[in-house]
Structures are given as structure tokens and as C-alpha cells.
Design a protein around this ligand. Structure first.
Ligand code: PEP
Ligand code: MN
Length: 358
């Protein structure tokens, strides 16, 4: 059981939706302050910047290190924004606390590593820290690992916890840099309704043009905020340049988004509806996959001069699927209707293939 408190800094509660923005990495003092000043002028209250950057391969920009913490301090003094940075070791935790960082976040690669999480939790306990910590989902789609990381922090006395949904790695090229797998954060919300969960469209999409649609989708699904990467000159960013937007564009996006009003009386209904929406999307994906395979079978049958309809195959499918459905508690008629409709469409598509010229 995780013991949660609202997210507060020095006694003042952070308002939801939580909006956090700033560069992927603090690169120079000038870039950090310029970006921060622009964001502050648009009313952004929480500034993010990576000081230590976990990179896939050595040789890339691995973060400016401790020196950057001084820049965050200046951001705070000059703009009044709260500051947030990523920590991955006990040394990072100690340095960030010493320099007055207001919010810590745990990166996706760190959440996936229980030893690192324990080390961070121990460092927070030793420092008697009472600071909001936001935990990104692990790179792999493992809800228990995500919850386990938060439990370690909670056991160390951290009660101001939040989660960040930044998507999950998948092999190969996809529309998204990291697959959203929305059902995972939704299940987290169902299990821990008081845990604020914010969405990170920058790391899910990996592209500027996906920031807005992903943000809207997250708000529609009832997420509690957004963390969006912004940079005063995104094309020249030292890390994640394809997904960073200017503070100007961020301001436009935040003003264009539709913020849903979710009252507590409809909260559980909304959660259930979100689950239905997600499952329907998954059903569509699966049906689409089935139709693709069906088309391949059609092509095979054409090449081998086989008929489309094979009675015993059809009877087998019906019987075995209806039996399984009944065992699951669904009605026989319902399953027969669905299977017949799917089968009919497969036959129609395969006949078209058989009659096509090539
Ligand atoms: C980041 O926020 O810049 C970052 C490194 O994110 P993630 O841990 O989600 O990859
Ligand atoms: Mn980044």
C-alpha cells in the first residue's frame, strides 16, 4: 500500500493540471535562462531541465553535470519558477537537494532498475527529504516494476509522489518513439486513484508535430498534467532536438488544448469509459491484423487454385471459439454473431483477391 500526500512545495500545493516545461538538457547558462525567461513570461510555473542525461551510447552529450544546478538556482531566483531535474544515483540526489531543486524525477531507464531505485530511495531517506518525486514509467511495459519503484521511494518516506507516462520501448520503426500503451497508465490510475499521473508527449511522440495531439489525448483520458520539452532554439538542441518546441509554440498548444472538467462524482465512470475506449482501439488493431492475415491466405489460395470457403475449417473455428467464449462466460449467440460477421468479411475479401487480375 502506498501512502500518498498531495504534491506540495514548502507548504503550497501544486495545482492540477500540472504543467512542466523546459529543455531536455541544460546546455549552457544562457540557453537555460533564455528558455526559462520565455516560459515564465507565458505563465509556466515549473521548469524542467536534465543535468545528468542517460544516453544509449557513450559519446553523446551526457549532461552538463553539477555546474547546471547553479543555473537552475538562477532560474528560480530570477523567474520564481519551481525547478525539476532527473536523478539517477545517490550523488545526484544529494547534489540536487543541496542546490535547492524543488522536484526530482526518475528517468525511465532508472525506474527499470531496482538497485538504482533503492540507492535513490536510501539517499532520500538519509537526507530526510520531503520533496515531490515524479517517477517515469520503466522503458519496458511492466506496471509492477513502475509501482515497485514508487513503493521503494514511499518506504523511504517520500509521500509526494507522481507518475510520468513517457511510453514504452519497442523494436523497429514506429509512428511513436515510445509506444503509449495507454492501458498501462490507466490501469495504474485504477489501482492508485490518488496518484497524479502526467503525460510526456515529447518522449512518447519523439516529434514536434505529435506534442499537441498526444497532449489532447492525455487530457481527454483524464491525465493530471503534462511535461513537455521546450528549448529557445530547438533545432540546435544538444539532445532530443526533433521533439523540442519553442516556448512560443508551447504557449500556443497550451492555449489550444481543451481541458476537461472532471468532477469526482463522474470520476469512476470516466475511468471505466477510458478503459472501454482503449480496449476498443485494441480490438480494432487486432481485427485489422486478422484481416491482413486473411488477405495473405487469400493470395495463397489463389496461387494454389484452392477454393475460398472450406466447410470443415469454418465449422472447426466456430465450434472451438464458441466453446471458449462460453467458458469465459459470454453467450453463444453473441459469439456466433461476431464470428460469422468476421468470417463473412474474410470470405468477401478473399473472393475479391481470387477474382483480381494479378
Ligand atoms: C528526459 O526527460 O529528458 C528523459 C531522459 O526522459 P526518459 O527517462 O523518459 O527517457
Ligand atoms: Mn529528452
Amino acid at each position: 500500500m502506498i501512502d500518498l500526500e498531495p504534491l506540495t512545495i514548502n507548504g503550497s500545493e501544486l495545482k492540477l493540471p500540472l504543467i512542466i516545461s523546459g529543455p531536455c538538457s541544460a546546455e549552457t547558462e544562457e540557453q537555460t535562462l533564455k528558455t526559462a525567461r520565455e516560459l515564465a513570461s507565458y505563465g509556466i510555473k515549473i521548469f524542467r531541465a536534465g543535468i545528468w542525461k542517460p544516453r544509449t551510447k557513450p559519446g553523446g552529450f551526457e549532461g552538463i553535470g553539477e555546474e547546471g544546478l547553479k543555473w537552475l538556482k538562477r532560474v528560480k531566483e530570477e523567474t520564481g519558477m519551481y525547478t525539476a531535474t532527473e536523478v539517477a544515483t545517490s550523488a545526484h540526489v544529494k547534489a540536487a537537494l543541496r542546490e535547492g531543486v524543488d522536484i526530482l524525477w526518475i528517468g525511465a531507464r532508472t525506474t527499470a532498475n531496482p538497485f538504482a531505485m533503492q540507492e535513490i530511495a536510501d539517499a532520500l531517506r538519509e537526507s530526510n527529504a520531503d520533496i515531490p518525486v515524479l517517477v517515469k514509467n520503466p522503458v519496458n511495459p511492466d506496471l509492477e516494476l513502475w509501482i515497485g519503484a514508487m513503493e521503494r521511494l514511499n518506504n523511504a518516506g517520500i509521500k509526494k509522489l507522481g507518475a510520468i507516462h513517457r511510453g514504452f520501448s519497442a523494436y523497429g520503426k514506429h509512428l511513436y518513439r515510445n509506444m503509449p500503451q495507454w492501458h498501462i497508465p490507466i490501469e495504474l490510475k485504477r489501482r492508485m486513484p490518488n496518484l497524479p499521473i502526467i503525460h510526456d508527449p515529447s518522449h512518447v511522440g519523439g516529434k514536434r508535430e505529435l506534442v499537441m495531439p498526444l497532449s489532447q489525448q492525455a487530457l481527454d483520458m483524464g491525465f493530471d498534467g503534462l511535461i513537455i520539452e521546450s528549448h529557445c532554439d530547438p533545432d540546435c538542441a544538444w539532445s532530443d532536438k526533433t521533439q523540442q518546441i519553442t516556448p512560443d509554440v508551447l504557449n500556443y498548444i497550451l492555449n489550444t488544448l481543451v481541458y476537461r472538467d472532471e468532477t469526482s462524482t463522474t470520476e469512476s465512470l470516466n475511468l471505466l469509459r477510458q478503459q472501454i475506449d482503449t480496449i476498443d482501439n485494441e480490438l480494432l488493431e487486432i481485427l485489422n491484423k486478422r484481416m491482413r492475415i486473411s488477405r495473405e491466405i487469400g493470395q495463397y489460395k489463389k496461387e494454389h487454385r484452392m477454393p475460398v470457403f472450406q466447410v470443415d475449417r469454418h465449422d472447426n473455428i466456430m465450434q472451438s471459439r464458441v466453446k471458449t467464449a462460453k467458458e469465459m462466460g459470454m453467450s453463444e449467440d453473441f459469439m456466433k454473431t461476431i464470428l460469422s460477421a468476421i468470417h463473412e468479411e474474410s470470405v468477401r475479401v478473399q473472393i475479391n483477391i481470387l477474382n483480381s487480375r494479378q
